[in-house]
Ligand binder design. Sequence first.
Ligand SMILES: *Cc1c(COP(=O)(O)O)cnc(C)c1O
Length: 358
Amino acid sequence: MLDNLEITRVAESRIGSVDFENLGFGNLFSDHMFSMRYEGGAWREPRILPYGPISIDPANATLQYAQSVFEGLKAFRGVDGKVRVFRPDMNLARMRTSCERICIPPPDEAMFMGAIEHLVALDQAFIPSKRGQALYIRPIVFSDEGHLEVRPSTRYRFLVMTGPVRAYFDASMAAVALKVEERQTRAAPGGVGFAKTGGNYAASLRPGESARAEGYAQVLWLDGVEHRYVEEVGAMNIFFRIDDTVVTPALQGTILPGVTRDSVLTLLRDRGIEVEERRIALDEIVEASRRGRLREAFGAGTAAIIAPVGRIACRGEELVVANGESGTLTRELYEAITGIQRGEVEDRHGWNRLIDIG
Ligand SMILES: *Cc1c(COP(=O)(O)O)cnc(C)c1O
């Protein structure tokens, strides 16, 4: 596993300039990054280098045609001082699936896990320890070839960067407001909605900005064919609690298969709570809300873990969920997942990968 890894350390660490009390999201990076190149049909040259700019050909196919894939996962410093990465095997599997869809040679387990283990151990000083804070890990893979012809590239780059990120919520867990986007869509059947590829996010920017201008934090996407069925929210999967059943849209190719989504479903089943993965018509949510049966709603994704939804704007009206606050099951799931990640709650499913920090 990465026998020929070469490590070039920074001359001076930036750790002294990190304000752990005021972290943001994705604006601060650890000292080092991991890099590999794909050339001549194989991934080669594993390197750890100082984090910094890279040079690419201006005709780079990623810049022209968006041949790129990314992942997002987190490392946590537990209450016992141990460092855990949450379910990296799921991120590797998803990155491989995303790569296959857009003709990128997928990274293998040795390089993906090796990169994370070496990088997290080397930059362990950047892992925050407060509840909710984490070291965000961002692996990317993209074309590293300059050509203007539309075809798969022959050269690629795999990079992994990390950086400390804030807790998304304070103890009050304020609920977010969503706006249903009834016209523009992010994914269509047969497209790349299930892949974590850059183009999907470019497509989501305009509707996202419109929602924010109207005071909503995120867009609630509907399906790309009939604009009738709920799909996901921003970069999170969506869950609704109707009476005592939790429903979430089934994975049918247009929805990103979230690691947090899978974790939520597992924890709900563990608790004996009824869950359904199926198509959910927006009409059904509106009707459930009218009848007082829509008890909770929340988004699930690595960044926020669990984000309570307090209001949903659609068709000129606004549905208020759980009095605009965080529901009890929503809060319980947040506590359960963050508890496992911090080593406070038994990891019954073997989700945590312990990092040897020497
Ligand atoms: C990454 C992402 C999610 C959440 O996936 P996690 O693995 O839970 O972080 C959901 N939807 C979209 C569009 C995403 O990009």
